[in-house]
Ligand binder design. Sequence first.
Ligand SMILES: [Zn+2]
Length: 437
Amino acid sequence: MKGSCQILPQEDRHPRCGPRLVAAIILGLTAAFDSSLTAEVEAPNPYIARLGRIPDWSALDDYQNTITREEFTYLLNHCYARNGEEEYHDLIRIDRDRALILKQSNHPAAGWYDLRFQTESLISSTPKRFWRKPTEMDDLPPNSTRPLEGVCIAIDPGHIGGKWVTWDDRHFTIGQDTIEVREGEMVLAVANILKRDLSLLGAVVLLTRDGNYPVTTDRVDTLGEEARAYLISRNKVPSSGAIASTAKAMFAISSEIRARSDLINDEFKPDLALCLHFNASPMNMRRPSFQSPNHLHLLINGCYSRGEIQEDDTRFEMLLRILQRVYYEEVELSDAITRPMKSETRLPSFSYDGTNGMSINGNDILWARNLLANRVFMCPVVFFEPYCMNHREVHARLQAGEYSGLREFNGVYRKNIYQEYADGITAGLVNYFRARR
Ligand SMILES: [Zn+2]
């Protein structure tokens, strides 16, 4: 399963954050007993995301003088801050020649990180990053049958599967004598088809998981202390029920995705990552039933709320994406994939109301949203949400499995749903790289 596209020396590794919150609290307690560290005693525990790590702001030193004030402000306001300056005004201050970034949002005494802008007198430099744009890859010979030659693609089949499905709600059964719908296993089927097809086109394909098991070594019963610390940091009562439900979400979502991000950022170092999911319409999970909506959308990272930018690690990760100019690559790549994806799936677009997702370029299938995976995988990420699993026709197609050839559904002959999903992506990637290499 593991591999790497480029061997980089240790010091070129992805900028890492510091200890997790429990470790920070222990450090804080140690400081409390040391009278020489009076200043430390007064500092509150940092406000960070679930299982997030305290950022090492010096990792931004590599990006000094690499972005102009105009570009920094454009990216921040256009794609990242949901409603522009009101989301970040006392957390990020934009001066004439620098941005000042508050290091600890609940403790201004910790100071500001000083990011100097590139001025016109300086030659434009490529920001430090492990991923490559297509223009930085070898040119393709004319009429090449391997348009993805050498492109390193990480595929992240969302959720888990197998006996682990019970840790989140992405599984259900509708009807008598039907196969249970399990999103984690379905996306793994799509990932395996993509691995085969993209490899034939020359790509180096690495999966974050190749079976129905967790990547993280944490388990619900090892996350109790982390869950308690998190609840306290959010001013919530750490009752046994709250600790249990927080530990469960920490395992299935936070810890699992962060373990996969360590694989992607420290081992795979891919040129792009594809996060595979199936969608579902809201329903009563105690009595699953068919719902009428069925649609398609793709996501790129963006649309941060003030509460999210207040988290020190989230603010740091958002800035890394801005400084690496991930946005342009994500938009162009996603645009190229939406067209074949739409014609393969024949699905209408889905829309957000502008709160947790926002439109960024007029493509009705493409939205910006801040999810853990598309924030912490530090390369261009395309996040897929096609098909509603609890739509009657989709459910019937899932029951039919991975058949070969075509089968009729509601008067239309269709490929199996997994191949159709993969074909939309493959065609989009081929179009994208052919046009740019
Ligand atoms: Zn999903």
